[in-house]
Design a protein around this ligand. Structure first.
Ligand SMILES: NC(=O)c1ccc[n+]([C@@H]2O[C@H](COP(=O)([O-])OP(=O)(O)OC[C@H]3O[C@@H](n4cnc5c(N)ncnc54)[C@H](OP(=O)(O)O)[C@@H]3O)[C@@H](O)[C@H]2O)c1
Length: 374
């Protein structure tokens, strides 16, 4: 197998850094990119002692005019893009990767961004490359979880996903901006048989998770709300919530959602940096335990109602490895077996077992329970 060449954009961000650490253990030339080459160099210096192949820093601005030429000159075989928020991005990185003859993977959680990536399908096929969007917790992992349990249902009617990071894990600016962008804003969701508007960071729900305790969650606008109903047409309900472990932060954001809804705050993402700094004052509180649950409801092959809850619990601050792992699984797989060309959301590209295998060195456990009612 020849050595790979991977360009990782957003390499020293929260998730980029974890992807870089994993890929540095592989036989790939790893190019670490962001706007600040000094930060890229300092990460490269940390990784080189364990790296199997060269690790080099690269300065790239995904909004720069010379993006196509910069990417082409680096001759990557795969481009990984973590430099969100994707809600405000177009497909220029993916298009530059295609033009350079490189496969492309991103971590996008922008709903329209992920759902619309198929518009690059013809371009990707013409160049013989694969373009994948949403290679992360949603829809990458969530869809793999649904697929792994799908055969237990004759009819799958509902999917409810919740994600709650532990408070003692670091948070990224791009993720914070992405969430603040929909707090208090309306978006459509398939709720109890109707596609209707719901609001970001509202519709609070408290859930007790085995081995973790009670956490609060609130609605988020994520790609799954389009990708999963399109993939499982029998669904009557598809919902997604996230939660902050500290109640002062969770309910503070809930209050902010009402201020946005009432028109008192017009541009919440503008406050992302001060809010992130404020949250960093409280990193000694709470736990280092992150959780994700996927609840599946429907009818089993015997005609009985069935409600399953799949959970993943990440301890010792290992939670951020979960969203970072989809790109690692794909990049490794594609080095062994080149993917079929085309463009689409991150579904059908790996199994749940593939994903969990890549996380098996970490203090992360999963379980599936049958619950009595939804
Ligand atoms: N789909 C999912 O399930 C899922 C889950 C978690 C996170 N995400 C998404 O993953 C993304 C990354 O999150 P994060 O928390 O890792 O963010 P982060 O810590 O803020 O990292 C973002 C990285 O991108 C770089 N960057 C920003 N603007 C850039 C530009 N114009 N050109 C080149 N590089 C740029 C930043 O460095 P410089 O600013 O120095 O350039 C930084 O290295 C977010 O968009 C988040 O929403 C998705």
């Amino acid at each position: 197998m020849s050595r790979g060449r991977i360009l990782l954009i957003g390499a020293y961000g929260q998730f980029g850094r974890r992807i870089a650490e994993a890929l540095a253990r592989d036989d790939v030339d790893l190019m670490l990119a962001g706007r600040d080459v000094g930060k890229a160099e300092s990460l490269a210096t940390q990784l080189r002692p364990q790296a199997r192949a060269p690790v080099s820093p690269v300065q790239i601005d995904v909004e720069g005019d010379d993006l196509d030429a910069r990417i082409a000159a680096l001759m990557p075989d795969t481009v990984i893009h973590t430099a969100g928020p994707f809600q405000q991005r177009d497909y220029r990185v993916a298009e530059a990767a295609i033009a350079a003859g490189a496969h492309y993977i991103d971590l996008a959680d922008g709903r329209e961004f992920v759902a619309g990536i198929g518009r690059l399908d013809a371009q990707a096929k013409a160049r013989g490359v694969r373009v994948v969007s949403g290679a992360s917790s949603v829809p990458g992992l969530s869809a793999a979880v649904v697929d792994a349990h799908r055969s237990r249902f004759a009819t799958l009617e509902s999917i409810d996903t919740c994600i709650g990071p532990g408070n003692r894990t670091e948070r990224g600016l791009a993720t914070t901006r992405a969430i603040l962008g929909y707090v208090g804003r309306p978006f459509p969701a398939l709720i109890d048989g109707d596609r209707r508007p719901v609001h970001g960071w509202q519709s609070l729900r408290r859930m007790r998770i085995e081995g973790v305790g009670a956490r609060w969650f609130a609605r988020c606008d994520v790609p799954d709300l389009d990708v999963l109903p399109a993939r499982y047409p029998g669904l009557r309900h598809c919902d997604f919530r996230a939660g902050l472990e500290l109640r002062r932060m969770h309910f503070g954001l809930w209050l902010a959602s009402w201020c946005v809804r009432a028109g008192l705050v017009r541009n919440l993402p503008r406050y992302a940096e001060p809010l992130l700094r404020l949250s960093e004052h409280w990193t000694d509180a709470g736990s280092d335990i992150g959780v994700m649950t996927v609840d599946l409801g429907g009818v089993d092959p015997d005609g009985q109602h069935l409600h399953l809850r799949w959970s993943i619990v990440a301890r010792e601050g290992s939670g951020p490895h979960i969203p970072a792992t989809a790109t690692v699984v794909l990049a490794r797989r594609w080095r062994q077996t080149p993917p079929s060309p085309g463009a689409g959301p991150c579904i059908d590209l790996f199994t749940l077992d593939d994903y969990l295998q890549a996380l098996s060195h970490l203090p992360i456990e999963t379980s599936t329970q049958a619950l009595v009612s939804r």
